[in-house]
Design a protein around this ligand. Structure first.
Ligand code: ZN
Length: 65
């Protein structure tokens, strides 16, 4: 089983490694060099989501390089 995920450097969204561009912001600046991830269910109730400017529920990478 391969479970490689890639992160968008622009909006930190996390995707299957097969995507060529970020479906959220359209950026092609994708990387597999990220440290961890958070799952945001209620962005307006999450301090971390607020700090990352996350406004939509989803999975986001942390420490994207
Ligand atoms: Zn993006």
């Amino acid at each position: 089983m391969t479970d490689r995920r890639i992160a968008c450097r622009e909006c930190h969204s996390l995707y299957e490694a097969s995507v060529q561009a970020c479906p959220v912001c359209g950026s092609s600046r994708l990387t597999d060099d990220w440290a961890g991830c958070i799952i945001v269910a209620h962005p307006n109730q999450s301090d971390v989501a607020g700090a990352m400017d996350v406004t939509q529920p989803g999975t986001y990478a942390l420490k994207v390089r």
